[in-house]
Design a binder for this molecule. Structure first.
Ligand SMILES: [Zn+2]
Length: 149
């Protein structure tokens, strides 16, 4: 027996089976709610649960922030492996940041306009600090500490 149409369990409208999503477990191979109702319900479920999830999540993270830090601290104190991996991670992050910064400087200095800019900046610096030069030896605090390495 084939059922050409059936009634949606949500909106009570009799519709053709094409209007119902496929559901293999159902006797006629279609779900109990029509497509528009199923979509609306799914959308509503997402809205309801997104809000609930976000609210719970935020609350959880706020409530347990101190706990998490305590747990980490305790674990660092009691678990040498965890401490080592935590230190490794920090070291890696430090080196990654340092590499990126050096790379940024390298690129900055590699620009064709860099020598002229550099020269202009030095000239300006000398201009602004002329009296110190004329006074004699530069006090240590005016010495540039720019490293070329
Ligand atoms: Zn419906």
């Amino acid at each position: 027996m084939t059922v050409a149409e059936k009634k949606c369990s949500v909106c009570d409208v009799v519709k053709s089976l094409d209007e119902f999503y496929k559901m293999t477990k159902s006797p006629d191979g279609r779900g109990y709610t029509c497509k528009p109702c199923a979509r609306a319900r799914a959308r509503q479920w997402n809205i309801d649960n997104r809000d609930r999830f976000n609210e719970n999540n935020r609350k959880y993270w706020n409530d347990h922030a101190g706990e998490r830090n305590d747990q980490k601290r305790q674990r660092r104190a009691s678990d040498p492996e965890f401490r080592a991996s935590d230190m490794e991670r920090k070291k890696r992050e430090y080196h990654a940041n340092r590499e990126a910064e050096l790379e940024r400087q390298r690129k900055y200095r590699a620009r064709p306009e860099f020598p002229a800019e550099h020269h202009a900046r030095n000239a300006l610096w000398r201009e602004n600090n002329r009296e110190h030069h004329e006074e004699g030896p530069t006090p240590w605090k005016f010495r540039t500490t720019r490293s070329t390495a």
